[in-house]
Design a protein. Structure first.
Length: 94
């Protein structure tokens, strides 16, 4: 079990989105209802130009830390395939 420094158990969830367009708020509301601390979403199809809007939506739902995966190109979309959002500090490292 993962715990925070304050010994609270961390609740982690993952979701395969097949695009978050029109679904992101729903995923975040569900995560809030279930007290999820870290939410990992793959197959997001988030274009690089939309990352600021995704970050703003996540912050509106209490997920202040947002990390995007390595940018890739899938079809005509260049952006991130994976997004990790958290209520606790996280950082992307190489």
């Amino acid at each position: 079990m993962l715990k925070t420094p304050g010994h609270k158990a961390l609740h982690i969830a993952t979701r395969n989105a097949n695009s978050v367009h029109g679904k992101l708020a729903f995923f975040l509301e569900l995560a809030q209802e279930r007290d999820i601390d870290i939410l990992c979403i793959q197959e997001t199809m988030v274009a690089t130009v939309a990352q600021a809007a995704v970050t703003a939506t996540a912050k509106q739902h209490g997920y202040d830390y947002v990390c995007f995966g390595e940018p890739i190109t899938v079809g005509h979309i260049h952006g991130s395939y994976v997004i990790t959002m958290a209520r606790i500090p996280i950082a992307r490292t190489n």
